[in-house]
Design a protein around this ligand. Sequence first.
Ligand code: F0G
Length: 461
Amino acid sequence: MSVAFQQCLHPDCAATFDVGQVLTSCPNCGSLLDVRYDWNLIPVPTSLTEFQRRWATRLNPVDFSGVWRFRELLRFATDEQIVTIGEGQTILQQNDQLGRLCDMQPGSLYLQYEGLNPSGSFKDNGMTAAATHARMVGAKMTACASTGNTSASLAIYAGVTGLFRCIVFVGSGKIAFGKLSQALDYGAKTIQIRGDFDDALARVREICSKHPIYLCNSVNPFRLEGQKTIMLRVLEGLGWQIPDWIVVPGGNLGNSSAFGKVFMELKQLGLIDRIPRLAIINAAGAGTLEELVNNGKLEWNDGRPNAAQIDVRYAAMNQNNERASTLASAIEINRPVNLEKALRAISVCNGIVRTVSDQEIVDSRARIAATGFGCEPASGATIAGVLRLRKEGVIGASDRVVCILTGHQLKDPDLTLAYHSGDSQLFDKKLRPAGVTEAPFANPPVVVENDEAAILKALGL
Ligand code: F0G
């Protein structure tokens, strides 16, 4: 067996495949695949602090990358094969203003702001790994379905490196303009299909399975290897201490899955002595995970979750033509492709799932942004989730909580403007249909005549 290999997630199959194979599910049984390692063959540091040495050599792009400076923990490629554009320069920030809002003690609440990535979202953590694998297997054409951020990320890697062409599939009317404009600008071939993200993903998976096109959605197991490093940077930001909670929005559940996997591996390697709890926050209009886990009591069950239960839920969604519906377009997903891996993460991390309404999402988003961390709506679900879990008493006032802000504010300027502007037409068009009735944290512009006295009056001077 080589250093790294792919392995079927299902314990009754557990088939293994070479990392040189392009697969997004097990050819034998159809389950998801993991990238696995023979840790005996990899010079993994004996302590996480050893990774800090790479700061001294950061003129080397592979050491500079916030993903690849941890490469011993995702060693499926050689240094020469790695494709990096400087992703992952994101840091953990303590935020006592939001901590106070959540009735938490000073020093308890932290934000991991992934909007600082080159394409403006956490996706670059995963895409650098997928792009590396695409290069390893000589892919010339890549594709993804997207609500916008995956496409922006894939398009930037294709654009910067010139290694491959890229096609993105988006659902019509289901994409924020800020995100769509990036794919167009970076030169991706953009196919807008009638339907939503779930439809676009099903279609692109079908097309990639029949043609030599490399799929870059999070069913690609290499992408999740890159996303593991978000947690490594969180630990780094805490001086390698373990927080009590990680709070993350849940869409296709790639992040949740990657976080569970890295903590499982770190524990196995003896690099951490305990695992933080994971809180996955769904939007109420896209709450498949919450429903299955909380109402249906669906569990990982050592790799054998009750598949019939999932099938029944999906069949009901089909029959009733139930569509995901939330203003947080990034998590407007009703058939999360990484469901089984997320169940494993919940098991590994003693995790929980909650839903929050669109009103809670847009209000929390505005409150996060008011502290200087401009994020898009899905990220707002994190603080909305913390507020809820504080009320429930699940998160304690002195627990150390890390919220993952997954994308940048400029991804969805329409929503931000509709919330703040005070323009009732805009509000009624964009926010009210989603059940948002008020904007208590709006900061509308003040319209005044171009006249000094009027301006001073408006300023209360
Ligand atoms: N946050 C943001 C900003 C996202 O763009 C996404 C996914 C998620 C959270 C959900 O993350 O799938 O790991 O649970 N966006 C996809 C896209 C759907 O096409 O850009 P997950």
